[in-house]
Design a protein around this ligand. Structure first.
Ligand code: ATP
Length: 240
């Protein structure tokens, strides 16, 4: 996306956002609450109007935050994945063999083929997240957008997902919004620091200046955030 500006409820949320994620890249989108991460993803999907700028994504798949998805309906795992194809099948049409095959292929990719007949309500949090990933993959998107995929998951489930995302990013572009800064710094190819606009972007090793993180997260030099990332402690007033 280039020069993107977007408003919500009449208030500016994003300004002059320039961002590019290439196939083969696993990028993290980092920023404080309200920084505009979800808005950026919705803008990338064409779900909100832009005040300025352009978005070129080819096809994009979106994995929403899990609490945005209704789990207490009696659908099976494969039905939930198939729902990712509604736009293609038509709301009241019956899916054809090719659609089922696409759903099963997507379930294979997230290692849930064995559970395809299971009601989604019976799945664990980590399994549910993988169902949502399969639902996004069923359209074979060029870009996969993940909105805080680790929330509420234990460490083993997070690791399984991280491995999965790394694998998916071999062929596609993956952009993941997350609050787990240390894990993102460790696992992602590139970090994008957002606070209404892109404050900085680069490989973890290129973002060692604590001033960048302080500006993005609006924290002081004593913040635990800097310690958690093992950044050098600033000795002089920053931005003076
Ligand atoms: N429908 C809306 N109408 C007006 N303002 C909104 C709307 N949705 C979000 N906002 C505001 O836009 C800003 C960015 O929100 P957004 O959800 O994109 O941030 P985020 O970085 O994803 O935050 P979080 O880390 O909390 O998920 C926030 O200040 C929020 O209050």
């Amino acid at each position: 996306m280039t020069g993107v500006a977007a408003d919500l409820g009449g208030r500016p949320v994003l300004r002059d956002v320039n961002l590019r994620v290439d196939a083969g890249e696993f990028a993290a989108l980092l920023g404080p609450n309200g920084a505009g991460k979800t808005t950026l993803m919705r803008a990338a999907l064409g779900l909100i109007p832009l005040r300025a700028g352009t978005v070129t994504t080819g096809s994009a798949g979106y994995v929403p935050q899990r609490h945005d998805f209704t789990w207490d309906f009696p659908a099976s795992v494969e039905d939930a994945v198939l729902s990712g194809l509604v736009g293609r099948i038509g709301l009241f049409r019956r899916p054809r063999v090719a659609h089922w095959q696409a759903a099963w292929h997507a379930l294979d990719q997230v290692h849930l083929a064995d559970l395809r007949k299971r009601p989604v309500g019976e799945l664990s949090g980590g399994q549910r997240q993988r169902v949502l990933v399969a639902r996004a993959l069923v359209l074979e998107p060029a870009v996969l957008l993940l909105d805080e995929p680790f929330t509420g998951l234990d460490m083993p489930a997070q690791e399984t997902l991280t491995e999965l995302f790394t694998h998916i990013a071999r062929e596609r572009a993956v952009l993941m919004a997350t609050h787990d800064l240390a894990a993102a710094a460790y696992t992602c190819d590139r970090l994008v620091l957002l606070n209404r606009t892109v404050v900085a972007a680069g490989r973890t090793a290129e973002l060692r200046d604590p001033a960048i993180w302080m500006r993005t997260f609006d924290v002081g030099p004593g913040s635990h955030l800097l310690k958690a990332l093992a950044l050098p402690v600033p000795t002089e007033p920053v931005g003076a």
